[in-house]
Design a protein around this ligand. Structure first.
Ligand SMILES: [Zn+2]
Length: 105
């Protein structure tokens, strides 16, 4: 999976924060519709479940997170159980490459 610099069009690694060609900052996380359902290592708040669902479906991650929190209270915790199940069931993204920032995540 590749992302593209919005400044010069250079192909970048999806986790790149800056363009290797022109040095422009890359907005992140990038909306990647059709991405496989995996929990990203970067950009997650708790378990990365909302971010995984948002990226896999091309949704706004903030909307998914808000709906999850609201749904948690409305469903008296049922969404929390579903979140834990998704946390266990959705595979985690493999480590991108040595020296990735932030280290040890
Ligand atoms: Zn660039």
């Amino acid at each position: 999976m590749v992302a593209y610099c919005q400044h010069c069009g250079n192909a970048l690694h999806v986790s790149a924060r800056f363009c290797s060609s022109c040095g422009a900052a890359v907005p992140w996380p990038q909306p990647i519709p059709g991405r496989p359902l995996i929990r990203p290592r970067l950009g997650r708040q708790i378990g990365g479940v909302c971010l995984a669902l948002a990226q896999a479906n091309g949704w706004d991650v903030a909307a998914v997170r808000i709906l999850t929190v609201v749904g948690f209270f409305v469903s008296s915790g049922l969404v929390g159980v579903a979140y834990l199940a998704a946390w266990i069931g959705i595979p985690e993204e493999t480590a991108p490459y040595p020296g990735a920032y932030p280290p040890g995540v």
